[in-house]
Design a protein around this ligand. Structure first.
Ligand SMILES: [Mg+2]
Ligand SMILES: [Zn+2]
Length: 193
């Protein structure tokens, strides 16, 4: 990550599962949504620094029929509540409800890739267009290779965290620009540079 990029940094893009909350498996209810220690504090530091913060998350459990949009919203409400306990907030959330092989709880006969599911970049582009920032002003923090690949495709810097999948999902071979232990340390790294 070059100093020029860090100088312009104003937006933090966060994956959700495995970065903000623990991910023992798909999160299908508010009860299963449990914060990773210090992640809310890390978001509070992002807020205090004046950087904007957006969550970009793949939620294919919706396509699989395991999670309804309304339950997803109650999980989002719990996330906002948990963040609020640490005086933290996010400025927006974008999610992909699709899966190439599933639709409305049924297996598709033909696989269809959407462009919003990471490593697709559509959600990043949407956030940037709706909130007026460029890829040069942003950094993406994630735990999966699909996060790193989305960041690389879009041309923004990425930080991998060793929580969640810790980059061991094997979906793509893309590596992040930096590795940090967790969201707290990733934010500390950004604040120090
Ligand atoms: Mg994740
Ligand atoms: Zn999608």
């Amino acid at each position: 990550m070059s100093n020029a990029i860090l100088k312009n940094l104003s937006v933090i893009l966060l994956d959700r599962d495995g970065v903000i909350n623990k991910e023992p498996g798909p999160i299908l209810s508010p009860e299963q949504f449990l914060m990773i220690p210090r992640s809310a504090g890390a978001v509070a530091r992002i807020n205090a620094r004046g950087w904007r913060c957006f969550v970009i998350t793949n939620q294919s459990a919706i396509a699989r029929g395991d999670l309804s949009e309304s339950v997803f919203q109650t999980i989002t409400d719990k996330m906002r509540l948990e963040l609020g306990k640490s005086e933290a907030h996010i400025d927006g959330l974008y999610y992909c409800p699709h899966h190439p092989d599933w639709e409305n709880g049924q297996r598709r006969t033909v696989s269809i890739e959407c462009t919003c599911r990471k490593p697709g970049t559509l959600l990043l582009e949407q956030a940037a267009a709706e909130h007026g920032f460029s890829k040069e002003e942003a950094v993406l923090i994630g735990d999966s290779t699909s996060d790193f690949a989305a960041a690389a495709r879009w041309g923004t810097c990425s930080i991998g965290v060793r929580t969640g999948h810790a980059g061991q999902d094997g979906k793509t071979s893309t590596k992040p620009d930096h590795w940090k232990a967790d969201l707290w340390e990733a934010v500390e790294f950004l604040l120090e540079n």
